[in-house]
Write a protein that binds this ligand. Structure first.
Ligand SMILES: [Zn+2]
Length: 76
């Protein structure tokens, strides 16, 4: 199943979106979903993706569809 989404005008896969948010390679990513929040920078729509940066961790990343804003919620 692919659920590519458009981010800043470019089509991204879940893995690609997770790498953008993490800023590094990741192991595995879940599907991209629409987050129930808006971007604090531009008010745009925010996408969320759950991913594993390594075998012992699971994080949820958030990325604005319209600007560079992104953040990671690692449950801390
Ligand atoms: Zn934004």
């Amino acid at each position: 199943m692919t659920d590519n989404r458009v981010v800043q005008g470019r089509m991204v896969t879940p893995g690609k979106l997770a790498r953008i948010v993490e800023g590094d390679e990741i192991l595995e990513a879940d599907g991209i979903e629409s987050a129930d929040r808006t971007c604090p920078e531009c008010g745009g729509d925010v996408l969320t993706v759950g991913y594993m940066p390594d075998v012992t961790a699971y994080r949820r990343g958030y990325k604005c569809q319209d600007c560079d804003w992104a953040t990671v919620d690692d449950g801390q």
